[in-house]
Write a protein that binds this ligand. Structure first.
Ligand code: CP
Ligand code: NVA
Length: 309
């Protein structure tokens, strides 16, 4: 059975730490000009049903950076768009490629592909999770602050796919997470409940952004309307306005608070231009780290069990 990356819950704390450690090593080596060829002869298929800049390019660059290759498939150009069953797609793709990276709407699509695929399936964003993004964001936090387990991370805004993956990261890796979301726009209730039940540090849900950022080491936000929610954009602009990450909110947090945004950002909505462009904001380090983290994920999943082959 291949190891799939459906959500952060697919892994133990030690496994997530291995990804984090390996990504940092690969980043350091590539900065020193060391060339890698761990995935020579391997091919990954990217199947994307939603737009992407960072995730697509960073997975492709990661694969080429490890001497592998990629085949990009826009899902609408495949037979999936004409209702070919996912179980057939998974078994066919498994005969051609060594791994699949999938961006889609339903988490059930990733789960179904993983069920039938004989090669690793990696979640590159669904409506429910964005696990590879959050893992690379944790890497970025660790570059700014040591001792993850002593940190308080605040999530301000929509209880979306990113929020759900942050909840799982907090629970598994053991840091404090305070989420502030408007009522009715909180994270997935099951994910939150499960995570709280096994968390070593507090995971709390608030309706006040000021409350969540008090004493926080990191403030994290994301768009108010995710891909697929475009029709709700206008309504959401009204509901979310008290949740903007701006200078007034930063004044309620410690002076050296780090600002995260996975990008793309809507300046003037969830974050102001001033905060996004401030010295405290590490959004472009996050974007870079996606490539290093994706190298670590691809390397570890695509070579798993090779020593026993
Ligand atoms: N952060 C992120 O996933 O960006 P893309 O949608 O551009 O891939
Ligand atoms: N929550 C956003 C993340 C984009 C990277 C979305 O799903 O559109």
């Amino acid at each position: 059975m291949p190891k799939h990356f459906e959500s952060l819950e697919s892994f133990s704390k030690e496994e997530l730490q291995t990804f984090l450690f390996r990504a940092a090593v690969l980043k350091g080596e590539s900065k020193r000009g060391i060339r890698h060829c761990q995935l020579q002869g391997k091919t990954v298929g990217l199947v994307f049903e939603k737009p992407s800049t960072r995730t697509r390019v960073s997975f492709e660059a990661a694969m080429y950076g490890l001497a592998g290759q990629v085949i990009f498939l826009s899902a609408r150009d495949t037979q999936l768009a004409r209702s070919e069953p996912l179980k057939d797609m998974a078994r066919v793709m498994s005969r051609y490629v060594d791994g699949m990276v999938v961006r889609t709407y339903g988490q059930d699509v990733v789960v179904e592909l993983a069920r039938y695929s004989t090669v690793p399936v990696i979640n590159a964003l669904t409506d429910l999770h964005h696990p590879c993004q959050v893992l690379s964001d944790v890497m970025t936090v660790m570059e700014c602050r040591k001792n993850l387990d002593r940190l308080k991370i605040a999530w301000v805004g929509d209880g979306n796919n990113m929020a759900n993956s942050w909840i799982q990261a907090a629970s598994i890796l053991g840091f404090e997470l305070a989420l502030a979301c408007p009522e009715g726009y909180g994270p997935d209730a099951d994910i939150l409940e499960r995570a709280k039940a096994s968390a070593a540090r507090p995971i709390s849900l608030h309706t006040s952004a000021e409350e969540a950022v008090a004493g926080a080491d990191v403030i994290n936000t994301d768009v108010w309307a995710s891909m697929g929610q475009e029709k709700e954009q206008e309504e959401r602009l009204k509901v979310f306005s008290p949740f903007q990450v701006n200078a007034q909110l930063l004044a309620k947090a410690p002076d050296d608070v780090v600002i995260l945004h996975c990008l793309p950002a809507h300046r003037g909505e969830e974050i102001t231009e001033e905060v996004l462009e401030s010295r405290q904001c590490v959004a472009f380090d996050q974007a870079e780290n996606k490539m290093h983290m994706h190298k670590a994920i691809l390397e570890l999943l695509l070579t798993a069990g090779r020593e026993n082959a």
